[in-house]
Ligand binder design. Structure first.
Ligand SMILES: NC(=O)c1ccc[n+]([C@@H]2O[C@H](COP(=O)([O-])OP(=O)(O)OC[C@H]3O[C@@H](n4cnc5c(N)ncnc54)[C@H](OP(=O)(O)O)[C@@H]3O)[C@@H](O)[C@H]2O)c1
Length: 324
């Protein structure tokens, strides 16, 4: 089979496509024919081993897994001894948040207990896989504290993988959503469900008169100190990034003690709940992932380069076995 392989941390140039033996599922394992995976910012971080904290999960001096990949959508090809929860032919989607899925290959073998779920009927592999990584982060943001229907939230970066999912998931919770976008994508962000859209290239949202219950900086571009003035007393600020001098970690420790506006640092957890939640959303038709473009395995380096540019809109798909 063909697989993306890299033996060291680095940029897209460290990836090559190699012919490697198709893995055999051992006891308790499942072999999956991967149809689609995404190239996402988690994959980018693990490719480079940065921030260094990531290496605690992915390998200290070199990557533990030579094949990258965080999420997958495909078909169970065969099962190892003792596997009862899956059968050949099952259409599955799954997520392994530390880049350990090794899904950027035509086949992947995984422990049967690794988090995956049946893809709802009528949902394509692309739509299934594009509903996982960004949505997992977005759900973790929304689940970090109690939200009331009608709360006003500002989502900075409505076109990102996380932001585009967050808009839809926040609307499903009955929140009032204001999202930011560059000029060309304002209609797209509105179509995702945002009540209001601010063009971040023309207006600084931190200087406006509107006040929000919560600010979710989904692209990690604005600090708590900048957003403070548009937060209600007791309002929450969450960012996808550590912030200058990793301030979002220490602010998450200090601000709850001080009282008033608070920073929460969201470590994403509970993949099983994300999978159930996203399966239900896909079944109900209440979530439709934003997909930017697709790459073939042969063009995977270009795919990573584009994702690293910080310009992707929603999700970038890597196609493996193209009979979707
Ligand atoms: N280290 C990790 O493991 C990890 C994992 C996941 C996510 N993250 C972080 O989480 C963040 C979001 O990830 P993602 O996948 O959602 O991002 P993404 O899809 O790469 O976000 C890119 C989008 O952000 C928009 N954007 C760029 N600058 C902006 C600004 N100043 N204000 C508003 N929007 C802006 C871009 O729109 P335009 O091109 O139109 O400007 C683009 O559509 C990233 O910072 C990423 O590093 C880290």
């Amino acid at each position: 089979m063909k697989a993306a392989i890299r033996y060291q941390y680095g940029g897209p140039a460290v990836i090559s496509i190699e012919d490697v033996p198709k893995p055999n599922p051992k006891k308790g394992e499942v072999l999956i024919r991967v149809h689609s995976t995404t190239i996402n910012r988690t994959d980018g971080g693990i490719l480079r081993g940065k921030p260094y904290l990531i290496r605690a999960f992915s390998g200290l001096s070199r990557p533990r897994k030579t094949t990258p990949g965080t999420d997958f959508a495909g078909v169970v090809e065969s099962i190892g001894e003792g596997v009862t929860s899956w059968k050949p032919g099952d259409r599955v989607m799954g997520l392994n948040d530390h880049g350990n899925a090794a899904s950027q290959a035509e086949f992947m073998v995984t422990d049967a207990s690794v988090h995956m779920i049946i893809i709802p009927e009528g949902i394509s592999y692309q739509n299934a896989v594009a509903s996982l990584e960004g949505a997992h982060y977005a759900l973790n943001f929304l689940n970090k504290f109690s939200l009331q229907a009608g709360d006003r939230v500002l989502i900075n970066g409505g076109t990102g993988g996380i932001g585009s999912a967050a808009i839809q998931l926040a609307k499903a919770e009955g929140l009032h959503v204001t999202a930011t976008s560059s000029t060309a994508y304002m209609d797209k962000v509105k179509a995702l469900g945002a009540d209001e859209v601010i063009d971040y290239t023309k207006e600084d949202f931190t200087l406006q008169d509107n006040i929000y219950d919560h600010v979710f900086d989904e692209v990690g571009k604005r600090t708590f100190f900048e957003c403070r003035r548009i937060l209600k007393p007791g309002g929450i600020y969450i960012s996808t990034e550590l912030g200058p001098y990793w301030q979002n970690i220490w602010l998450a420790l200090i601000t709850p003690l001080v009282g008033g506006r608070k920073v929460i640092f969201p470590v994403p957890v509970d993949i099983p709940s994300t999978l159930v939640s996203m399966r239900d959303h896909l079944e109900r038709g209440s979530f439709s992932p934003l997909i930017d473009r697709s790459y073939s395995l042969a063009d995977i380096r270009e795919g990573y380069t584009y994702v690293e540019s910080g310009e992707k809109k929603g999700n970038v798909i890597l196609e493996l076995n193209q009979s979707n």
